[in-house]
Design a protein around this ligand. Sequence first.
Ligand code: SF4
Ligand code: SF4
Length: 134
Amino acid sequence: MAVPLNTKHHPQGPRWATRTTEETFQCRRCGACCTGEGVVNVSEEECERIARFLGLSLEEFLARYTVHEEGFERALIDGEGGDAPCVFLQRNEKGLASCRIQGEAKPRQCRDFPTRWRRADTHKRCKAFADDGR
Ligand code: SF4
Ligand code: SF4
C-alpha cells in the first residue's frame, strides 16, 4: 500500500493542466491507476448498479466487495496481490489491465479519471500522460 495517488483515490486535490483531454486521451491499460493505496468510493446507487451488473443481490455485493471506510460512502475492497489491486482489476495474458465492471455500472470516480479529475502527480504514474509528453 505504498504507491499513492491513483484512480483509487477519491477525487480531491488540485487539477493538473495537461495537453491530454477527453478527446485525445488513450489509456495504455497499464493498470497503475487501479493499484496501490487509495479508495474507490461507491454510492448506494452505484452499489445497486454494480450488483445488477454482476448478477448479485445488493446485500451480497456489499458483503463480498465493499467495506466501510471513514469519510466515504462505501469503498471497494482490494483484491489479491502485493500491489493492492482493486478487486475488479483483471489482466489478460499480455498483462493488459481491464476492469470487470463495464459501462454505466463502472463507478463514476473511475469513469471520470483521469480526464475529469486527477491528482497533481497523476502524470508521473499514468502511462498515457507520460506518452503524451506531459
Ligand atoms: S472499479 Fe475498475 S476502474 Fe475502478 S479501480 Fe477498480 S478495476 Fe479500476
Ligand atoms: S494508462 Fe493511465 S488511465 Fe490507463 S490504466 Fe494506465 S494509469 Fe490507468
